[in-house]
Design a binder for this molecule. Sequence first.
Ligand SMILES: [Zn+2]
Length: 229
Amino acid sequence: MFLGHYAVGLAAKKAVPKVSLGTLFLAGQLIDLLWPVFLLLGLEHVRIDPGNTAVTPLDFYDYPITHSLVGAVLWSCGLGLAYFLLMKQKRAAAVVGLVVFSHWILDLITHRPDLSVGLGGSTYFGLGLWNSVGGTLLAEFGLFAAGIILYTRTTVAKDRIGSIGFWSLIGILALIYVGNITGPPPPSASIIAVAGNASWLFVLWAYWVDRHREVKPSASQTYSEIFVA
Ligand SMILES: [Zn+2]
């Protein structure tokens, strides 16, 4: 999944309006941000396999450090704890951790059975939504639209960067996704490992635009009500 992970970050803003969209994007994509790093280190592996599923030409045959259930739980606790130590906000830290873990759930729905429980083992899980192009597009764009609605209901642009910058980010993400789906398979696994690191750009972009938006009074009121409750 691609857009769906960003969608969770956008949607989570409603639950924790004081947390930057950059942090929420970092959380939603943490596992996929670490994956190219482990590929480059030679600790995880992927191969090009056109037709692996209807949607992706990639065979994720070895990536338990980032994408096993145990790995996902540890990365979730790790980023949640780091957020708590830095910001001292328990509830926000818990939401950040949950957003990290949402990545594994969404991958479980989309991937063919290639997700393991632990580092070893031979049992793999995946519900295989990627076998259906229509179902995948519906899920990706449906989640993305819901995330955008929740984020824009929670925040409002303070200036042009907050509006044009935000909508450009949304447009680029959608274009990259369409390009990935319709384009040819990547030429090699090492190109995936290098190009994958470009995703950090979207985290930085989200930090930037989020600083140029503010929480709508109605949204922060909801937040304080939740917080007091
Ligand atoms: Zn993933």
